[in-house]
Write a protein that binds this ligand. Structure first.
Ligand code: FES
Length: 251
């Protein structure tokens, strides 16, 4: 589709309304609606933003304010495979910078650019809360854990050749626009594909199971000395604790 054309037609608006109607507070639908716009347009367009604003009774500026806050929403068209390379501290020291350099040379693009054939776009991403698998890459928001420059290059070769590629956590990599439809909440039967957390993240849970550790039951956890702290109480005890010993010393 040419940059000037828009896929936000009557049918698209009806689908956006259907997404909004799923929520008791329709404004809660804004993020999935924006993902739906991206699935149609490859990015957030002025027409898409305006359609969301009209349906939800917001201004275009309010919708833009939300869209520009979250890095998953793009103003430039994403490639079929949107590649993210994490270069935040832990991934960087584990090789993230080298991976990014290799990907840049392989694709011939820099972050925020798209290859001329539209197959790949590249983004230098912040920590994706997957530090236990550092260094990581993302392809269309799916995790590629424990990466190396060589693994990254093979991954790009496989995607370019149209070979089936799976995230290291299970799900098959699909096009960026198909993935955006999933994020919009449209039922494609794939929402629960793959694990939500990898083995390294679940190691603490595994150890607790092996040792027979359990959390304290909620009822016994609330004792006289360990009662739930409300926001009103939170500030008060601090002052009491500091003044009480001083009275004793004065006697
Ligand atoms: S630093 Fe890369 S996932 Fe946390």
């Amino acid at each position: 589709m040419a940059e000037s054309e828009s896929a936000i037609d009557k049918q698209a608006v009806a689908q956006l309304r259907a997404i909004a109607d799923r929520y008791p507070q329709q404004r809660s639908a804004l993020l999935p609606m924006l993902h739906f716009v991206q699935s149609l347009e490859g990015r957030l367009t002025a027409q898409g933003i305006e359609a969301c604003a009209q349906i939800l009774g917001l201004t275009a500026a309010q919708v833009s304010g939300v869209a520009t806050f979250y890095t998953m929403f793009r103003r430039r068209r994403a490639g079929t495979y949107h590649i993210g390379v994490c270069t935040t501290a832990l991934c960087a020291v584990m090789g993230g910078d080298e991976i990014l350099g290799r990907v840049e040379r392989k694709l011939g693009i820099k972050p925020e650019e798209t290859t001329p054939d539209g197959l790949f776009s590249l983004e230098e991403i912040e920590c994706n809360a997957a530090c236990d698998f550092a260094p990581i890459m993302m392809v269309n928001w799916e995790f590629m854990d424990d990466m190396t420059p060589d693994k990254a290059e093979k991954l790009l070769d496989d995607l370019a050749a149209g070979r089936k590629v799976n995230s290291t956590r299970g799900p098959q990599i699909r096009s960026w626009q198909d993935t955006e439809r999933t994020l919009a909440g449209l039922d494609d039967g794939l929402a629960d594909e793959g694990p939500s957390a990898g083995p390294a993240s679940l190691r603490g849970v595994d150890i607790a199971r092996e040792q027979g550790w359990t959390a304290r039951p909620a009822a016994s956890a609330a004792t006289a000395t360990d009662e739930p702290v409300t926001s009103a109480k939170a500030a008060k005890p601090a002052a009491e604790k500091t003044t009480a010993p001083a009275k004793k010393e004065a006697k």
